[in-house]
Design a protein around this ligand. Structure first.
Ligand code: GLU
Length: 427
C-alpha cells in the first residue's frame, strides 16, 4: 500500500475510497509510530457479507438485488453505521465507509466500531412498496450478523426513518421479540430519538461554530455554499441561516443555485419538494453544479458523496473553512493542497459525527427503555461535538498537522489501546 506521500508523487490520483482510507490510516499511524500488527488489523474489515435477494416488483416481475454489509472493527464495541441505497454503490465503497465509521466513532469517543451497508438500487425509480420490500429483503439477508450487541445499522444516503422502521420490524419478527436497539434513525413512535433527524447537520454546525470562534470571527453574514440538499445539507442550511449566515449556493445531482446576496431558503425547499430539481431561475442557475465548490464563500459544506474535492479543483477552493458533512468528499491529494493553502478542513469523521452520536443516544434510550427530551439530546450532542473539536484542534496544533490526521490519531490511539487490552496484539 502506498503512503500518502507516494500517492501524491504519482501521476494517477487514487479515487478508490478503500485505498484512500488505507492511506489515511498509514499516514496517521506513521506519525504515532504505531506497531505494524495494529495497522494491518485496521486496514481491512473484519467481516464482509455480500447478499443477493429477490424482490417482487409492482409490475409482477421479480428482480434480484445485491447488497453488502461490512463490519470493520469491533475492538471497542459493536459495529455501527448506516445503510445506503444507491445505484453506484460498490463493495469497496461500503468497506471504506465502514472503516471511516470506526474512526468517526473513535473521534467522538463512542463505544462502537464501524460498520456500513449498501444496496445497489435507485430509490428514485422505485415505488414506496418496492422500497419497502427491498428494505425488508435486505434486513432478512443480513439478520444473522446484525443485532443490538453485534452491529447496528442506521440511515445513510437515500435511506430514511421509514426504511429503518421497516427493517426494525423485519428483524423483530425474525427474532420473535421487539428489538428497537437493532437499528437507529427510526421513527419516534417505534423508539427513535428526538433530534436524530437533524443530528448530522446540527453536529456539523457545532464544529463550524467552534472553528469560527477559534479564528476570532463571527457567523453573522458569513457566506456558505452547500453541495447536497438531502438530510444533512438541507438542515445545515436552515441551522446556519438561523445563526445569521447567508446561504449563497446549494446544489444537488439535479442542478445548482447561486445568489451572492443569499438564497431564499423557503423557496428553494419548496422547489425541491415540488419539482424534485434545483434549477428554476436562470439568474441564479449554476452552469455546472461542481462550480459551487469553487465559489468565493467563507464556508463550504460538501454534503453529498465521495471524491468531489480532488487535486483537479482543490487549488480553486476559495472557502476558508470546508466542513465535510459528507463521508470522504476530499481525496488525500486535495487535502494536502487545501492544507498548504491554509484552508481549514473539518474532516468528515469529526464534522459529520453528530449523526452517529445521536444514534448512540437512541440506542442507549432503547436499551434503557427511557426517553429524553429534545433539549437534553441537543445539549449532550453539543458537549460531545465541542469537546471533540477541541481535542482534534489541540492535537493538530501539537503535531503541526491537518485536522484529519489529528482526528485519525485520536481514534488510532483508542483502538490500539483496546486491542492491547483484549490481547489481540502484544504490548
Ligand atoms: N450514516 C451516518 C454516518 O455516516 C450515520 C451512521 C449511524 O448513525 O450509525 O455517519
Amino acid at each position: 500500500m502506498a503512503t500518502v506521500q507516494e500517492l501524491q508523487a504519482s501521476d494517477v490520483e487514487i479515487l478508490n475510497p478503500y485505498e484512500i482510507v488505507q492511506s489515511q490510516i498509514e499516514n496517521a499511524a506513521a506519525i504515532l509510530g504505531l506497531k505494524r500488527d495494529i495497522v494491518e488489523i485496521l486496514k481491512k474489515p473484519k467481516r464482509v457479507l455480500c447478499v443477493s435477494f429477490p424482490v417482487k416488483m409492482d409490475d409482477g416481475t421479480v428482480r434480484v438485488f445485491e447488497g453488502f454489509r461490512s463490519q470493520h472493527n469491533d475492538a471497542i464495541g459493536p459495529t455501527k453505521g448506516g445503510i445506503r441505497f444507491h445505484p453506484d454503490v460498490t463493495l469497496d465503497e461500503v468497506k471504506a465507509l465502514s472503516m471511516w465509521m470506526t474512526f468517526k466513532c473513535g473521534v467522538v469517543s463512542l463505544p462502537y466500531g464501524g460498520g456500513k451497508g449498501g444496496v445497489i438500487c435507485d430509490p428514485h425509480t422505485l415505488s414506496k412498496g418496492e422500497i419497502e420490500r427491498i428494505s425488508r429483503g435486505f434486513m432478512e439477508a443480513i439478520a444473522d450478523i446484525v443485532g443490538p450487541d453485534k452491529d447496528i445499522p442506521a440511515p445513510d444516503v437515500y435511506t430514511n426513518p421509514q426504511i429503518m422502521g421497516w427493517m426494525m420490524d423485519t428483524f423483530s419478527r425474525i427474532k420473535g421479540s421487539f428489538n428497537p436497539g437493532v437499528i437507529t434513525g427510526k421513527p419516534l413512535i417505534v423508539g427513535g430519538s428526538k433530534g436524530r433527524n437533524e443530528a448530522t447537520a446540527r453536529g456539523c454546525v457545532f464544529t463550524i461554530m467552534e472553528a469560527i470562534k477559534d479564528a476570532g470571527k463571527s457567523l453573522q453574514n458569513a457566506t456558505v455554499a452547500i453541495q447536497g440538499f438531502g438530510n444533512a445539507g438541507r438542515i445545515a442550511a436552515d441551522l446556519l441561516a438561523a445563526e445569521g449566515c447567508k446561504i449563497v449556493a446549494v446544489s444537488d445531482s439535479t442542478g445548482g443555485l447561486y445568489n451572492p446576496d443569499g438564497l431564499e431558503l423557503d423557496t428553494v425547499k419548496k422547489l425541491k419538494d415540488t419539482t424534485g430539481i434545483l434549477s428554476y431561475d436562470s439568474r441564479y442557475h449554476l452552469q455546472r453544479p461542481e462550480e459551487l465548490l469553487e465559489l468565493d464563500v467563507d464556508i463550504l459544506i460538501p454534503a453529498a458523496l465521495e471524491n468531489v474535492i480532488t487535486r483537479k479543483n482543490a487549488h480553486k477552493v476559495k472557502a476558508r473553512i470546508v466542513a465535510e458533512a459528507a463521508n470522504g468528499p476530499t481525496t488525500p491529494e486535495a487535502d494536502k493542497i487545501l492544507h498548504q493553502n491554509g484552508v481549514l478542513v473539518i474532516p468528515d469523521i469529526l464534522a459529520n459525527a453528530g449523526g452517529v452520536t445521536v444514534s448512540y443516544f437512541e440506542w442507549v434510550q432503547n436499551l434503557m427503555n427511557y426517553y429524553w427530551s429534545e433539549a437534553e439530546v441537543n445539549q449532550k450532542l453539543c458537549d460531545v461535538m465541542v469537546q471533540s473539536y477541541w481535542a482534534v484542534r489541540s492535537l493538530a496544533q501539537e503535531y503541526k498537522c491537518d485536522f484529519r490526521t489529528a482526528a485519525y490519531m485520536i481514534s488510532l490511539k483508542r483502538l490500539a489501546e483496546a486491542m492491547k487490552a483484549r490481547g489481540w496484539v502484544n504490548e
